[in-house]
Design a binder for this molecule. Structure first.
Ligand code: ADP
Ligand code: CDP
Length: 231
């Protein structure tokens, strides 16, 4: 008979939300890898549907045009934290979804309720089938997608720190222009009517401005351990 000491830990669902450049992706991937959980980058899904709309010449200034085709592309996310993948209608779009064009247009697409309904359903289905549990990162995971998550984290950091991190990734990018673009996207994501970027009432807020990535990872791993112990 299996004893409590040898039983596998219960599946755990972790929601990590916050604005761009706060460390959601790096933290989520590392925590999932360390704890043997699946990983889902929901921003990549919104980027993927935006890429498809750009690729197909949809008028992104017209929410009804976006809504009309929201159900068309088939988006598949691979949830291995060591090698996450994203395809649209079978095409690997991991690279194309990170262009400045997609980044500048994704907030307009993700604000459309029909897009959110479609992607939210997909996210819930992926989270529900993750046997060991999953770390899901985004903007509305704790508030809307997985309101019953075992642990909710809301990452923040100063706009200056976030812009410096992002422009470090985009080699040669101007920090000031990067910061302006970040702040503009945060404002759009936070002010949309449907499921805006927001901290859930029961989320733990972690300001990462003065923390190393390693410290943030350790903090989240500790919090997951505490939740698991209490289950
Ligand atoms: N606490 C931190 N200190 C310094 N750099 C960080 C920290 N967290 C993340 N980074 C770096 O900042 C960049 C953006 O992080 P990322 O995880 O993609 O953020 P997000 O998913 O919130 O947009 C990456 O290059 C990452 O390595
Ligand atoms: N759960 C989510 C995740 C992302 N998004 C949208 O997708 C965009 C891209 O998300 P992302 O996580 O890839 O952005 P970065 O933090 O990587 O810059 C956001 O600016 C939002 O418009 C969303 O609306 N809801």
């Amino acid at each position: 008979m299996e004893t409590a000491a040898t039983a596998a830990p219960a599946a755990v669902i972790v929601a990590i939300d916050g604005p761009s450049g706060t460390g959601k992706s790096s933290t989520s991937k590392a925590v999932a890898a360390q704890l043997g959980l699946s990983y889902l980058d929901t921003g990549a899904q919104y980027r993927a549907i935006t890429w498809w709309m750009v690729h197909n010449g949809i008028d992104l200034t017209d929410p009804s045009a976006i809504a009309a085709v929201a159900g068309k592309p088939e988006i598949i996310s691979g949830t291995d934290p060591a090698a996450p993948t994203i395809t649209v209608d079978g095409t690997d779009v991991a690279g194309p979804i990170r262009t400045t064009e997609v980044t500048s247009k994704v907030s307009a697409v993700s604000a459309v309720p029909e897009v959110r309904a479609r992607i939210t359903e997909l996210q819930r289905s992926i989270a529900g089938s993750a046997e060991q549990g999953i770390v899901v990162e985004g903007r509305d995971i704790g508030t809307t997608v997985l309101p019953d998550a075992d642990l909710k984290i809301f990452l923040t950091a100063s706009p200056e720190a976030r812009a410096a991190r992002r422009s470090g990734e985009l080699k040669g990018a101007d920090v000031k222009a990067t910061q302006e673009a970040l702040v503009k996207r945060d404002a759009a994501d936070s002010s949309r009517k449907t499921s805006p970027l927001a901290k859930a009432g029961d989320a733990v807020e972690v300001d990462t401005t003065e923390l190393t990535l390693q410290q943030v990872i350790e903090c989240v791993v500790t919090l997951v351990g505490e939740k698991r112990a209490a289950k």
